[in-house]
Design a protein. Sequence first.
Length: 425
Amino acid sequence: MFAQLSSTFVTETFKLFFLVFFALTLAARLWLKLRHIRFVAAHREMPPADFAERITLAAHQKAADYTVDRSKVALLSTLIEATLLLTLTLGGGLAGLHEFWAPRVDGLGYGLAMIFSLMFISGLIDLPLSLYSQFVIEARHGFNRMTLGLFITDLIKQTLLGLAIGAPVILAVLWLMGAMGQYWWLYVWLFWSAFNLLIMFVYPTWIAPLFNKFSPLEDGEMKARIEALLLRCGFRSSGLFVMDGSKRSSHGNAYFTGFGNNKRIVFFDTLLSRLQPPEIEAVLAHELGHFRKKHVVKRMVVMFAASLGFLWLLGQLIDAPWFYAGLGVTAQNTALALILFFLVMPVFTFPFTPLMSHFSRQHEFEADAYAAEHAEASDLIRALTKLYQDNASTLTPDPLHSLFYDSHPPAAQRIAHLQLQEKAA
C-alpha cells in the first residue's frame, strides 16, 4: 500500500512539474513573440540612424511588415504546437495510438507505426500553416516564386525520402534499444553520430539535387576572385556551384556544405544577380571564416555531446513507470519512451535557448572578422545591407527576442563591428 501511494505521489509530482514547465515555457514564448511584434511595429516609421543613408523608408517599412506577418504566423504555430503536445500526452492521444496499434502490429513494426503515425499527424496539422506562409505571407511581400505544383512535388519527394531514410534508421534505433542491454543508449549514440556524419557527406551529391539544380559557376571575374580567395584561405572544395533558388523564392544566400573531401560552395542564383563580384567575395570570405574558425566542428561536438547526454537521460527514465504515467500513458515500451522523451524535452530545454543563440552570434562576429582580414570590410557591409533589404530582414528587432532566438547579431551591431575593423585596417 505504501509503495503504491509513493508511486502515485511521484507520478503526480512529475505531472505537476511538467505542467508548470509547460505553462512557463509557453507563456515565455508567446510573450517574447508579442514583444517582438510590438517593438518592430513601433519602430516602423523610421530606419535606424546608422542605416538612414543605406535603407529607404519604404524598404524599412516592408521589412517591418514582413517581420510582423511572419511573427503572427509563428505565434499561431506556437499555440498549435502546445495544443498538440497536451493532446498527445495528458489528453490521451498517444495512449489512443498505442491502443490502436498494439493489437495489430508487434515488435519493431509497432514502434515504426507509432512514430510514423505521429509524424503524419504533425505534418497534416502543419500543412495549412505552411501553405499560408508560402502562398500568402511570402507572396504578399513579393518573395514567393513557388507554384502549387512544385509545392506538392516537394512534399511528395520529402515524404518518400523520409520513408526511405527514416524507416531503416528508426528500426535500427529501436532494435538497439531493445537488444543492447542497459548501455543501449551508448550504442544508439554511436549509430546516430555515424548516421549524421554520413548524411553530411552524401547530402550535396545525392540529396540536394533531388530538389534543386546545381550548375558549375561560369568562368569570369567572379570565379577568378573566388578561386584566389580560396587559395589565400587554404580551402579546398569539390566545386563552385550555382543553385536555382529563384524557382522557389527571391531570397538570396550562399553556403558551403558537405564533409571531408566532399565539400562544395553553393551560391543562390538570386544572390549572384544582386551583388557585385567584390561583395560576393566578401560574403564567401565570411562563410569560409566559419570553416577556418572550426565553427562547424564545434557545433558538431556540441550536438554530439548533447545527444549523448539526452540519450543517457532517457536510459535512466525508460524503466520508470512514473515517467509514462505522468505524461498520460500507462503502457511501457521502448517506442513510447523514445516518443515521450522527444515530445517533452523541448519544454525543459527552452531556458538554454539564449545560451545557444549567444554562441551562434559569437561565431558570426568571428566569421565577419575573418572576412574583414581576407576581403574588404566595406564590401561585406555593402553586401549585408543589400541582403537585409532584399530579404526584408528587420533592422529593429526586439532586443530580448533577439537575445533568445537570433542566431545572427542585430544588423546595427554587426555593421558597427565591421566598421571598427575597417578603421583599424
